[in-house]
Design a protein. Structure first.
Length: 158
């Protein structure tokens, strides 16, 4: 019986390390989690109040872009633009929407001939985005995040 007690005591003493909890460093967990993120994809795209009832992610993105584009086109349509030659261009506006829902223009790509025909087009595009409705930022894992978009604006003046 003594041998069994010694064996049991030895097993218990050597098994104590088995039950020891390993300390997990929060920074290591965070770093591991950040490595698994797909930063190019968001859970929800930025939205306007008129689009927030849409559940499908892609439909919400289309609604947001169409609302933004309609606002820009409406503003440009109210301008009295006079050109000496026909203008047919797709202007690309690079937009950043930060985690607070603030919109900023990162870049505007315009053909030189369009810039020549409409010298104020750059400032008109900036002005068209000043009066947009409030934007709710995109989310990733229930956190608001910054996103980038490219908005194509077709300018056709005959």
């Amino acid at each position: 019986m003594n041998r069994i007690a010694c064996l049991l005591l030895f097993t218990l003493l050597s098994a104590c390390n088995y039950f020891e909890k390993q300390k997990v460093n929060a920074d290591d967990l965070l770093e591991e989690e950040l490595q698994t993120f797909n930063w190019n994809d968001v859970d929800t795209y930025p939205t306007f109040s008129g689009c927030d009832s849409i559940i499908d992610k892609e439909e919400g993105k289309v609604c947001f872009q169409n609302t933004l584009l309609a606002h820009v086109n409406d503003y440009l349509g109210r301008q009295n633009l006079v050109v000496s030659e026909d203008v047919n261009d797709t202007i690309r506006i690079g937009l950043i929407i930060d985690a607070n829902g603030t919109l900023a223009i990162e870049e505007i790509i315009i053909k030189p001939e369009t810039q020549f025909q409409i010298p104020t087009i750059d400032s008109l595009l900036h002005q068209s985005l000043k009066g947009i409705p409030k934007i709710e930022a995109a989310t990733k894992r229930s956190q608001y995040v910054t996103t980038a978009f490219e908005l194509p604006v077709i300018v056709k003046i005959d």
